[in-house]
Write a protein that binds this ligand. Structure first.
Ligand SMILES: [Zn+2]
Length: 352
């Protein structure tokens, strides 16, 4: 262990406002545990009625249906991936950098947007699916990462899922997206810089040391306090620096830069962890738990990247019930993210 912590007063974090450092993104979150008890008088979300049919004739993702651009989905039986009809990035974008002095800079950005239907069943979500079916989603992620990443102009592949109307997801059909592009976007780029710095200093990945401390304890760090569960190959936990109330990470025990390095058993392990975490989410407030989730991993820029330790992050917006959502406004828009319930308390609730 290379952690050197001032350990005396870690217990103070339970009761007093404090800032926690996120070493992956070099940023801070303000934690205000004393506020978790205040009464709630803010906005309450309406629950969407959850009486979806197995097949919806009006859904553009259901098997056999015609999409807005006139294309017809095949009668697919498990996972179906296709080019987003309204992608935010376009493959035939030319290359150009536009600059005037130091103040006006823009670059044309070439990319590809893909949609991945997790299941032909309109009424299922990841926690409802069998692990064997989720495994097919994992396989499709790996294939897309490899195929898109092999394109000479693609340097980063972002795999993500946006679930639930409160996350702005327009279609309840279980699906995710994959955006592949020329540039490494800001969030993974921040993580890449931090991981490279750590790798250069310690010769180990940042997340293997972090995982070791969370699982086995370290000065001031209680073993497993933030760990939700583990299987043979993955650990799910609420990170020490979590911003969202029930934010979580799924981290492979073995340092791997990219999902394509997973063995067969590790792919099963990721599918299992994805299911276990989302089942816990749904159980927490007895609702279909909304979130944005995604995988951060090494870019596809033909560089080795031993510093990268891929991981999956989950950012759910719910705060204290199925209908009370956390807002990132005011201080959080202008200064720093802030949370009331501590990550340790969130982990305890998710374990329970
Ligand atoms: Zn559908």
């Amino acid at each position: 262990m290379d952690f050197e912590l001032c350990t005396d007063d870690f217990a103070l974090l339970k009761d007093y406002p404090h800032r926690r450092y996120n070493p992956l993104t070099d940023s801070w979150v303000l934690v205000s545990p004393h506020r978790a008890k205040r009464p709630w008088q803010g906005q309450v979300e309406k629950l969407a009625p959850d009486t979806r049919p197995a097949h919806d004739p009006d859904c553009y993702l259901c098997a056999g249906n015609v999409r807005a651009n006139g294309e017809q989905n095949p009668p697919y039986e498990d996972v179906y991936v296709f080019d987003n009809d309204f992608a935010s990035l376009l493959e035939d974008t030319p290359s150009a950098e536009l600059q005037t002095g130091d103040l006006f800079l823009a670059r044309l950005e070439r990319g590809v947007g893909r949609v991945i239907c997790f299941s032909p069943r309109h009424d299922l979500t990841i926690p409802d699916m069998e692990v064997t079916a989720i495994r097919k989603v994992v396989d499709a992620w790996v294939t897309e990462y490899e195929v898109l990443g092999a394109k000479s102009f693609v340097n980063y592949v972002q795999i993500f899922e946006n679930k639930g109307a409160v996350m702005g997801c327009s279609n309840p059909h279980p699906h995710g997206q994959i955006w592949a592009q020329e540039s490494i976007p800001d969030e993974p780029l921040k993580k890449q810089r931090a991981q490279l710095k750590y790798w250069d200093m310690h010769g180990k990945t940042l997340l293997s040391d972090y995982l070791d401390a969370e699982l086995n304890g370290a000065p001031g760090v209680t073993a497993r306090e933030r760990v939700l569960f583990e299987n043979e190959h993955f650990v799910a936990l609420v990170p020490f620096w979590a911003v969202w109330p029930f934010e979580a990470m799924i981290i492979p025990k073995r340092p791997m830069a990219r999902i394509s390095e997973m063995t067969d058993a590790e792919r099963d392990g990721l599918a299992d962890a994805y299911k276990q975490l989302t089942v816990r989410y749904d159980a927490l407030f007895q609702t279909s738990f909304p979130y944005s989730a995604g995988i951060h991993q090494a870019p596809t820029d033909d560089i080795d990247h031993p510093e990268w330790h891929f991981h999956m992050v989950f950012y759910p917006p719910l705060l204290r019930s199925a209908t009370v959502k956390k807002f990132m406004v005011g201080y959080e828009m202008l200064a720093n993210p802030q949370r009331d319930i501590t990550p340790e308390k969130a982990a305890e609730l998710l374990r329970g």
